[in-house]
Design a protein around this ligand. Sequence first.
Ligand code: MIC
Ligand code: SF4
Length: 660
Amino acid sequence: MSSLTEKIIRAHLVECQGQTPSATPAELTRGKEIAIKIDQALTQDATGTMTFLEFEAMDIPAVKTDVAVSYVDHNMLQTDFRNPDDHLYLQSVAARFGAYYSKPGNGICHQVHLERFSAPGKTLLGGDSHTPTCGGAGMLAIGAGGLDVAIAMGGGPFYFEMPKIIGVRLVGKLPEWSAAKDVILEMLKRLTVKGGVGKIFEYFGPAVKTLSVPERSTITNMGAELGATTSIFPSDETTYQYLKMQSREHLWVETHGDERDSDYDEIIEIDLSKLEPLMAKPHSPDMVVPVKELKGTKVSQVIIGSCTNSSFRDLMTVATIMKGKKVHPNVSFAVVPGSKQVYEQIARNGALADLISAGARILESACGPCIGMGQAPSSQGVSVRSFNRNFQGRCGTPDAFVYLTSPEVCAACALTGEITDPRELGQVPKIEWPERLAIDDSMIIPPPADKQSVEIIRGPNIKPLPEMKPLENAFTKEVLIKVGDNVTTDHIMPAGAKILPLRSNIPAISEFVFSAVDPKFVARAKEKQGGIIVGGDNYGQGSSREHAAIAPLYLGVKAVITKKFARIHKANLLNFGILPLTFIDPQDYDKIEQGDVLEIGGIISAVNNGGVIQVKNVTKGYEFSTKCDVTKRNAEMLLAGGLINLTKNATKTVAMGIGQ
Ligand code: MIC
Ligand code: SF4
């Protein structure tokens, strides 16, 4: 008897606290390291070029997961040679090593993966924080740094700390005009952006059957904003119908937990019938309030899209609301279909014409405005989006105000030009689902039979990884920057139309580290020849981008001291040999200032023993204690200067766990 999460983990368990699991069921102690076998891997272009460069460095002839897909969906503007260079590299490297290649235009990785590859009961590791989207189809789907994905593609297991399993019991039924988005916004309201750190949310209960798979996926997708390791739904009759519609019903298996309260570390209950339309205010996904509280706020832009809400269900809902009506004159209204499949369907059934006629600007199927690739709002503009992240500046306009909400609320705002509760619109749209779709996978290129003969194409935008040095036992360095709680990887290493195309070029992208937070950071880091970053709680939340570790490393950052790290970012720091330290007494955070010189010694033995490291604040003349909370495996790679260095040693495959 156990939760669904534990069942899937046990079926994939490769290592538990350093031991190979034996016939007796292993104790899945919360917070202790486990390793699981990965069945499927996904990459996307913005993190994927690094991932494949790392994969190449491993000298493994072909990917070993059952399925590996290289998607192109982030860097699509092609304003110069950089993006197309990346695309060519990704297409050729996927063919060379046996991964599928999803061409630009085929859609957002998570939406396409859900449609075409998701398989209940299987594990998926993706180089993108919203990989849990496929949890809506009963997969244990986890986002990770690119190097961890490269290792999984090479057949190595994925190591992580066993999270707590939180059961989310859903009861009741969503009222008219409330949506799955309101379920996850309610979770964010209750738990905040750090409430899911070290946790997996497992949804269960009588209301699960009232939600379609894309609706479930909206919820699991945005579990990333809670900081959760992942979120998962059971696989049931609804999952079967979804897979049947995709002509993939042969992959269906029924999966569920035993739904006893004792199977979970904690239970949260949400009565769907009590949920009203909700909205997250600027500049954090947990600033959630009822839409009616914001009624009347003038809106200049509305966008439907992103991996959270761009499914057939979402676009049909919006098209049905907009049919025969016109977008408000002061609103720029954009629609970004999540995949070619969705786009083609709404084109064939006429819904696209309804959207165009209403005044929508239709964009190609991609991440687009969600990651600041176009459609930046005007100065101080108010943008209402069906997306998942509204960190300040992410949209491309630093002083714009981005609100996150359901497609229903977006449509209502587009029509009225102000924040509007959709319940004012009257009759709720009814969506007809096709029983089966005409499937066209022509934009997913399978690997060729003669992989070995494929030549990998490397344009000038593809630069090799910088060299990493073994960890020093002691150093004295300045605090280059001190930041507060919930700092995101978008703050550390921004994206957007100007910076995203540099993802394959670490020297070039490192010029933008912390650029929106402190434009002088890079010059200071160079002048001081590196230093230390001090952060608050949940440091490094958000995106999985490794660049938030590699680019600071390139600038000479040796240690990051925080109150607490977000999961993926800490793993990325370890993978690239930056020392992650946490304050033992959080009050020591308050005493440090930017510019303080810190002396850190006795590092090697402390890292080896998972111990305490004393830090001397030379400027202010006091000492404080920090903890380097790492496993034996982490310690080895930290000392070697990161996982790539470790694997360059003779013990290559053993260090990665590949072939075990
Ligand atoms: C995001 O939504 O922030 C991204 C862009 O998809 C990132 C990945 C990246 O930085 O390339 C993510 O969520 O991991
Ligand atoms: Fe793309 Fe936005 Fe989803 Fe990230 S959150 S994968 S940028 S659509």
